[in-house]
Design a protein. Structure first.
Length: 429
RNA sequence: GCCGAGAUGGCAGAGUGGUUAACGCGCGGGCCUUGAGAGCCCGUGGACCUCCCGGUCCGCAUGGGUUCGAAUCCCAUUCUCGGCGCCA
């Protein structure tokens, strides 16, 4: 969330930034928030005065009782003041709830380098890597390849679970874990701490890390419990230091999250329905960083570079796009997507999302930093997150880019050591 | 799952119904010193009001309740630590 003090002191700056999103609702929320905050401050001051009155009366009663004098008049007055306090409290609490709601809904301020645009078609390509493979035969899509090689069973997954679930089998099941292992080893070498986080989180913690709409659109809720299945390990990693104060010397905290991800895909009817490109469940290694505010821009580039290196070692052609103001979402101040080349679709598709959330997540979560032990907190830290490798989509790209005319698929060099040193995915005899 | 104990500031730890969260450690500032340290003094949770001086309120795991008044009494929940049971 944004700093309410910034909104009070410099509403023009906030308004100007929010205007770039081309979303009139935002500006209206801002106006309502500013008016409500002003009202709340006045009411809060009044409430404090009333509470002060009550305290005076209470103390008088104590004095009278000590002196063994009659306190009936004071009791009556106390009761009356108490009523006023109660009704004032109710109003203040209502306003506070509304203010919090506005603050949770208002999106982050955008970085100056985010391109202005209306939707994903206006994202700006900042880099292209690799050469698009040429095939002198009819290319197959990933799902036809996988089915023919007996690597995946979608029908039974539909029977047992639902659409958008899958069974991975044989080499592709191994490939899934190989990718995880590969990404993890690379990140560990670069100083990231591997973490297996909880796969479920309570609502309060979840409100700190994500947009409110996600509760309906993406998150699975556990029936009868205050628990949500994680949509990415970014979420439990971000919430790890919830309401804690980090030492400046301990930052940046660099984590490599290891988890399965669960997503409802509620708004995606009809999109990518075949295959394993868009599913309710997939595995992912995630990069996450807590850092000093002045370091986040530099570390954002580091996260991008890490993700790029992984794709380069896998030999997958890709491009990097700077996600524009109309497509960037609530939490990030700046976001790169990496899109890998998908031969069957003849297009680049998203496989990595790399965000600088600045202080927006950290303020919601109360993750602050101090110079050293015992010193007062200086303010919220900055948080960043990026996919390292999401296995589902990476498998799609690998199958399609590395396919042979006979329907077999070459295994990238860097993954072979995790797959019995084999070079090809073939049908098991 | 059952029984018991517990949760207080950055940390440690008092406080068991009557305005002020003790003492310490850490941290910040000042005095002293060539410098550092020691020593001494002041400060050190959050919100709001204020022209500054300053003022008011909130805060003892969370949410309710009792009371004129709750860190303190009652109820529920969460988590931690013991003990028992169950379990991959």
């Amino acid at each position: 969330m944004l700093d309410i003090k910034l909104i009070r002191e410099n509403p023009a700056l906030v308004r100007e930034n929010l205007a770039k999103r081309n979303n009139p609702e935002c500006l209206q929320m801002l106006d309502e928030l500013i008016a409500l905050d002003k009202e709340w401050r006045a009411n809060n001051t009044k409430l404090n005065d009333l509470r002060h009155d009550r305290k005076q009366v209470t103390m008088e009663i104590a004095k009278l009782k000590k002196a063994c004098q009659n306190a009936d008049a004071a009791f009556a007055k106390a009761q009356q003041v108490d009523q006023q306090v109660t009704s004032a409290e109710k109003q203040v609490v209502e306003q506070e709830t509304k203010i919090k709601d506005y603050l949770l809904r208002l999106p982050n301020l955008l970085d100056a380098t985010v391109p202005v645009g209306k939707d994903s078609t206006e994202n700006v390509t900042v880099k292209t890597w690799g050469t698009i493979p040429k095939f002198n035969f009819q290319v197959k899509n990933h799902i036809d390849l996988a089915l023919a090689l007996d690597q995946v069973d979608m029908e039974r997954a539909g029977k047992v679970s639902a659409a958008r679930f899958f069974y991975l089998k044989n080499d592709v099941a191994m490939l899934d874990l190989a990718l995880m292992h590969f990404a993890l080893e690379e990140l560990q070498q670069r100083g990231y701490t591997p973490v297996v986080p909880p796969y479920m989180m309570k609502r309060d913690a979840y409100e700190g890390v994500t947009a409110l709409g996600d509760f309906e659109e993406v998150l699975y809720k556990i029936q009868g419990e205050d628990l949500y299945m994680i949509a990415t390990s970014e979420h439990p990693l971000a919430a790890m230091y919830w309401n804690e104060v980090l030492k400046q010397d301990d930052m940046p905290v660099k984590l490599a999250g290891i988890s399965t991800c669960f997503r409802k895909e509620a708004g995606a009817h009809g999109k990518d329905t075949r295959g394993i490109f868009r599913t309710h469940q997939f595995n992912k290694i995630e990069q996450f960083i807590f850092c000093n505010p002045e370091d986040s821009a530099k570390l954002h580039e580091e996260l991008l570079e890490n993700a790029e290196v992984l794709l380069q070692k896998l030999g997958l052609p890709y491009r990097v796009v700077n996600v524009c103001t109309g497509d960037i979402g609530t939490v990030a101040a700046k976001k790169y997507d990496i899109e890998a080349w998908m031969p069957a679709q003849g297009d680049y598709r998203e496989v990595v999302s790399c965000s600088n959330c600045t202080d927006y997540q950290a303020r919601r979560l109360g993750v602050r930093y101090r110079l050293k032990e015992g010193a007062p907190p200086l303010g919220p830290v900055h948080t960043l997150n990026s996919t390292a490798i999401a296995t589902g989509r990476t498998i799609v790209a690998l199958l399609e880019n590395n396919q042979n005319e006979d329907g077999t698929v070459n295994i990238p060099e860097v993954l072979r050591k995790y797959m019995g040193d084999r070079e090809k995915i073939t049908k098991k005899r």
